[in-house]
Ligand binder design. Sequence first.
Ligand SMILES: NC(=O)c1ccc[n+]([C@@H]2O[C@H](COP(=O)([O-])OP(=O)(O)OC[C@H]3O[C@@H](n4cnc5c(N)ncnc54)[C@H](OP(=O)(O)O)[C@@H]3O)[C@@H](O)[C@H]2O)c1
Length: 241
Amino acid sequence: MTDRAAIITGASSGIGLEIARVLGQEGHRLTIAARRPDKLEAAAEQLRAEGFEVLAVAGALQDEDAVARVVSEHRERYGRLDVLVNNAGVGSGAAVADIDTKRLDLQLGLNLRSTILFYREAVGLLREAGRQHRSALVVNTASITAKLGKPGLSVYAATKAGIVNWTASMHQELSAEGIKSTALCPGYVDTPMTDHAKGRVAAEAMMTPSDIAESVRFLLRVSPACCVPEIPFVRPGDPTA
Ligand SMILES: NC(=O)c1ccc[n+]([C@@H]2O[C@H](COP(=O)([O-])OP(=O)(O)OC[C@H]3O[C@@H](n4cnc5c(N)ncnc54)[C@H](OP(=O)(O)O)[C@@H]3O)[C@@H](O)[C@H]2O)c1
């Protein structure tokens, strides 16, 4: 699969960086995207040092123009797209009476709207890949909170539920064209995002980014006849997180 190419958002740390590594190992040329340029470039350097070809495109991905720029720079560089990973996300906790409009809009904009815009911008390239090998793949990082809701994290959980439902629609709309869509639904993973929770749940008791990223290797290896719309990941003894 050495000619294949992938876009991974939120790939400057945590789950996204690990998924980028797996895609590199599986023969993909990479475009990685995230918000802060310095952190993104450091991740790109790390991946290049491991032998992968990497284009880094920084931008605030709740912004429509930034989404379009990631896809067009990727198209210019590689000319094809086999795997799209919509992984950039933010979570911001608040009780319902205290929901801040800016944080509400950022979570809706980045976690949900941006994924929809990425599909719109990338679907032409994905269709070409689907025509070639019937296994173009879009992976959307949702959350176990999508399935269960979460008090105090309700906006985040609602955006992730939106992702699961959007993924199901895209599965129905595009899978016959060889474009598969999968929603990943993890509980706690040891990344910078869960630093706030590490007083309650030890880092060692959380899943690792690699636990989640290995599922992408599996998704790449199943036959064109096999679609996996959703994968939940939970910790022993705690089906909620
Ligand atoms: N960790 C968990 O327990 C867990 C569980 C379920 C689901 N998830 C989901 O997994 C995904 C990855 O999170 P993670 O845990 O790996 O956390 P992370 O290490 O903090 O990674 C988040 C990534 O998203 C990027 N990002 C944040 N805001 C952005 C913006 N406005 N525009 C573009 N990129 C932005 C970050 O870049 P900057 O650092 O430059 O902002 C970073 O690359 C998220 O969608 C998250 O909701 C995480």
